[in-house]
Design a binder for this molecule. Structure first.
Ligand code: MLT
Length: 380
């Protein structure tokens, strides 16, 4: 019976996906699959029994993808499953920045003993006034599952939207949501935006992308929204830009010690995906992907191995995880040739996956002929 271990609290929706053939276990020691939300896994050495890790969320910077790929452990995420929740928070973040709603609420709290508060607030309120978002330009950096929803909602609220998206596939996939977006390059986006929102993963290439240089290209008084990851923004440069007025407000859902202590920062405690709906969606998707993988060898939404899918299973399957370019799939094709019913192969970066559906169970000796494979799994 496959065992699933949850490193974080995951929505009980998983119980509807894992049927009686699965066991949710307290100990990681003999788990087949790991479900994770925000637990940092970089220092975690997984037991040999673990075949896959599924993140109930989009970002995967808490998981050592290459290390696990080397160990033949497939990592999944759940793109889009919490996108609406993050979109809604992003819109709230823009509105929180447009007027000083937080300052106004704090004023009411501080003056709640004043019996004439309804009168005194009329004098005080000017300090918290602001602007409207309608008619302003929003720059969306990253128009994938979340960014495209934000762009669509913002344009429906009367904003002009300029966007940057490097993936043509995303532009096509989310074309309907992006129909009002004017695609520009990053410099143009910085130059034209009153509000900038980032929706890109944290990678070496995106780390610190909002920094002294990029902020220098922005309008004075720009508002920066970060519902993606803290390290996309250089906190020291942001502090300076807030102090000089270059940035009017920085609203982040990923505060850290520096940004939480910076004047002008509106910090939220990572609430982007914290809705019942998003938690259920992510849990359902992550658990379903684990089942697909353990029961059929199909790889859906992997971030360290290619996605491969042979559909429903009608025979024994052999899954081979290996290095891209090592030609082990050719060798496996030769060895299994007489019994192959269906076959699919793919590569992602340095790693490859080959899935065979066979008319009969292969003999054990195939394992020694495929030396160098990261993992060989027979799914009977
Ligand atoms: C994400 O990456 O999708 C979010 O950080 C998910 C979460 O809040 O756990």
């Amino acid at each position: 019976m496959p065992k699933v271990h949850c490193l974080n609290k995951i929505s009980p929706v998983i119980n509807s996906v894992f049927n009686k053939d699965y066991q949710i276990v307290e100990s990681i020691a003999s788990a087949d699959a790991i479900l994770v939300r925000s637990a940092v896994m970089h220092e975690i050495d997984l037991p040999k029994s673990v075949k896959c890790v599924a993140r109930a969320g989009a970002g995967v910077n808490n998981i050592p993808l290459d290390k696990y790929a080397e160990e033949g452990i497939v990592v999944f995420n759940t793109p889009g499953a919490n996108a609406n929740a993050v979109k809604e928070l992003t819109i709230a973040m823009m509105l929180l920045a447009a007027r000083d709603i937080r300052g106004s609420m704090e004023w009411v709290k501080a003056n709640k003993e004043d019996e004439l508060i309804n009168k005194s607030m009329e004098k005080a309120k000017g300090a918290f006034a602001g602007t409207e978002i309608m008619g302003k330009t929003l720059g969306v950096i990253g128009c994938g599952a979340i960014g495209s929803l934000v762009a669509d909602a913002a344009s429906k609220l009367g904003m002009k939207v300029v966007g940057v998206e490097l993936s043509e596939a995303n532009k096509k996939r989310y074309a309907e949501l992006l129909k009002e977006v004017e695609f520009v390059d990053l410099d143009e986006l910085y130059k034209r935006s009153d509000y900038i929102t980032v929706h890109v993963p944290l990678l070496d290439a995106t780390k610190g992308m909002i920094n002294k240089d990029s902020l220098a290209k922005c309008k004075d008084g720009v508002i920066v929204i970060n519902a993606a990851r803290d390290a996309l923004v250089n906190d020291d440069d942001m502090k300076e830009a807030l102090a000089s007025g270059k940035v009017r407000r920085y609203v982040t859902d990923f505060p850290n010690y520096k940004s939480a202590n910076t004047e002008g920062v509106i910090a939220i405690s990572h609430l982007g995906a914290s809705t019942e709906e998003a938690e259920d969606n992510c849990a359902f998707m992550a658990a379903s992907q684990i089942r697909q993988y353990l029961e059929k060898g199909n790889i859906v939404n992997s971030v360290n191995y290619p996605n491969i899918d042979l559909g429903e299973k009608n025979g024994v399957r052999l899954l081979l995880l290996h290095k891209a370019g090592d030609e082990l799939e050719i060798k496996a094709n030769e060895i299994l040739s007489g019994s192959i019913k269906k076959y699919v192969n793919g590569t992602k970066g340095n790693f490859a996956a080959s899935l065979f559906e066979l008319s009969k169970k292969p003999e054990e000796k195939i394992f020694s002929s495929l030396e160098g494979a990261k993992k060989i799994v027979i799914i009977d």
